[in-house]
Design a protein around this ligand. Structure first.
Ligand SMILES: CC(C)(COP(=O)(O)OP(=O)(O)OC[C@H]1O[C@@H](n2cnc3c(N)ncnc32)[C@H](O)[C@@H]1OP(=O)(O)O)[C@@H](O)C(=O)NCCC(=O)NCCS
Length: 160
């Protein structure tokens, strides 16, 4: 794996692959609340990883996997599929670093517009808005939680 970014406090960001699936699933299970149905299964992650244009990035804090992003580029558009940081590593800038890396990577690939879907009410919306994303749509009852709840997805987008 190649290091693509390193910050001053032992934070690194490297491209991941199927060997990182255990870490991805561990972070995802700790990061997403079962009530909302936003997390992917291991087989969903394993299935999408080999697809063209899909990239996994893993953030490590003091060497320990602490966050990841999964995104896909198709022609001149890119989609942020998943972004998660384990609860004990939050509010240290890891989420913003992963998001910034997604935007930089997309720019380098000549992408003109990036998209993502996020549950309405998820505090991640604050981070996305501060990174320049704007609301462009809504998918009603897109997320189905473990206990029967249904939640709208907001589609956010920005030009690069
Ligand atoms: C959303 C998430 C990735 C943010 O990760 P993080 O490493 O804590 O984010 P950062 O420390 O880079 O925070 C960046 C900014 O986002 C905003 N933010 C992040 N979490 C927030 C929260 N819980 N409440 C309010 N604002 C928040 C803040 O503006 C923050 O900047 P600040 O700390 O300087 O105020 C993390 O909370 C997470 O994994 N959540 C569960 C998974 C998820 O919902 N992912 C998004 C949908 S795919």
């Amino acid at each position: 794996m190649n290091a693509t970014a390193t910050s001053g406090f032992d934070l690194s960001l490297t491209q991941g692959n199927s060997a990182d699936l255990d870490s991805v699933v561990e972070i995802m299970d700790s990061a997403f609340d079962d009530r909302f149905g936003e997390a992917w299964t291991r087989s969903q992650c394993a299935g999408i990883l080999p697809m063209p244009g899909v990239k996994l990035m893993v953030a490590r804090f003091a060497g320990r996997p602490s966050g990841f992003s999964l995104h896909r580029t198709i022609a001149d558009e890119a989609e942020l599929l998943l972004l998660a940081v384990s609860p004990e590593h939050r509010r240290r800038g890891i989420g913003r670093m992963l998001l910034g890396d997604f935007l930089d990577n997309s720019r380098k690939l000549g992408v003109g517009r990036v998209h993502l879907e996020v549950r309405e009410g998820n505090p991640a919306v604050i981070m996305y808005r501060s990174a320049g994303f704007a609301l462009v749509g809504r998918r009603r009852k897109y997320y189905r939680g473990r206990f029967g709840g249904e939640f709208d997805a907001l589609t956010l987008s920005r030009e690069l």
